[in-house]
Design a protein around this ligand. Structure first.
Ligand code: KG4
Ligand code: ZN
Length: 365
């Protein structure tokens, strides 16, 4: 029923003779996304249907709600991506699907759609890793580039990891969070401050004009030069006790005005300091002269400015995608070209490998 919007496919001969784009699909968590990207990594279209409103009342992603919403949206979203790229399904050279990590129910929706389209067109289908794709977003856009080897930082709602990136598909994990992901910490902090979901942009807005030194918040592990691990849960707990001191009987009204701005700014500064300490340590340890960054938290202005200042101070080359390509999108599925160009085709045996449940720990604190 939902397929009716698709444009009819031209024949296979056309497919062989033209330089045709890739259709990429992303349904790892709570965004239903599709994009059309050329072999030259030019993004012809990128459509993201966010489920933010659906999950807002729970202040975190509810897996079952997410899966159902993906089922409803996946075909219209793909349809829209093709329409915006001014192409039909038959103009697609291959299909790419994010197959890990993510919520199993969500991943399966994208997988079914991707395999179905590839099988019906007789084109290759390849799976790609969502986290590696976040870094690959640095390669998208007119002047975009990424240099290897580099230190790769992916900071999102489900992941906060540092990598030694040797090539787009070879990421050696150097360290990362041992508890909450950075984005998850922003989401939980926002919830504590009575702000909406997703918390990152809300905290960023609330922090404007606030004093980041107003409250002394911890930067766990930040001064530990032995480990590339990060921790955010103690920071969240410290904020919780600032908002509601231990022993307080009733929950007071959420902070407002200057008080809110100071709390948000102090939290944001502590979270960014925690990340930056380990990025710098990773640079020192690896000897890399380049840093690439991706994931929703990389949209944060304070983090971007801190990375730019580190790069300036240390003479590093910094690769960072535009904000719209930091948060979840399918354009970063362009990473699949790296596999298609070497002739890979996962075929119909392609399956999902969910890994960690990205929503389980993203609930209201
Ligand atoms: O990469 P992403 O869209 O999804 C995952 O792969 O998880 O990241 C979403 C996360 C959310 O936790 C959100 O609060 C955070 O990225 N985020 C931000 C900002 N924009 C999104 N965190 C801090 N500052 C932002 N401006
Ligand atoms: Zn993501």
């Amino acid at each position: 029923m939902l397929m009716q919007g698709f444009v009819a496919a031209p024949g296979g001969a056309a497919r062989e003779s033209r330089n045709m784009p890739l259709l990429a699909i992303e349904t790892t968590c709570d965004e239903t996304a599709a994009a059309v990207v050329t072999r030259r990594r030019e993004v012809l279209s990128s459509v993201v249907a966010s489920q933010e409103k659906l999950h807002a009342r729970w202040r975190g992603v509810v897996p079952e709600v997410a899966s159902r919403a993906h089922v409803e949206r996946i075909i219209p979203v793909i349809d829209e991506a093709l329409l915006r790229a001014s192409i039909g399904l038959g103009d697609i050279e291959a299909v790419a699907v994010a197959v890990r990590p993510g919520l199993v129910g969500s991943l399966l929706v994208g997988l079914a759609a991707g395999k179905g389209i590839a099988a019906s067109l007789g084109v290759p289908v390849v799976g790609y890793d969502h986290v590696a794709a976040h870094l690959y977003a640095c390669r998208l856009g007119p002047d975009a580039a990424i240099e290897y080897p580099c230190v790769g930082l992916v900071a999102s709602g489900g992941h906060t990891s540092l990598f030694l990136a040797k090539s787009p598909l070879e990421l050696d994990r150097l360290g990362g969070t041992i508890d909450d992901a950075a984005g998850e910490a922003f989401d939980k902090a926002a919830s504590l401050l009575g702000l909406g979901y997703p918390g990152g942009p809300e905290i960023e807005r609330a922090a404007v004009g606030g004093d980041p030194r107003a409250h002394r918040l911890p930067r766990p592990l930040a001064s530990d030069r032995e480990r590339l691990d990060m921790s955010f849960s103690g920071l969240k707990t410290a904020l919780r006790y600032l908002v509601r001191p231990p022993g307080a009987v009733a929950e007071g009204p959420p902070p407002r005005g200057r008080e809110l701005a100071d709390l948000a700014a102090s939290f944001q500064r502590a979270a960014v300091d925690t990340i930056m300490a380990k990025v710098e340590l990773a640079v020192d340890r690896s000897g890399c002269r380049a840093v690439a960054v991706g994931g929703g938290v990389a949209a944060n202005t304070l983090l971007r400015e801190s990375l730019e200042s580190l790069a300036g101070r240390r003479g590093l080359r910094l690769f960072i995608p535009p904000r719209s390509l930091c948060t979840d999108n399918a354009a970063m599925g362009a990473i699949a070209w790296e596999r298609l160009e070497r002739g890979d085709d996962d075929g119909l045996v392609l399956d999902v490998t969910p890994g960690t449940d990205r929503a389980a720990s993203r609930r209201k604190p």
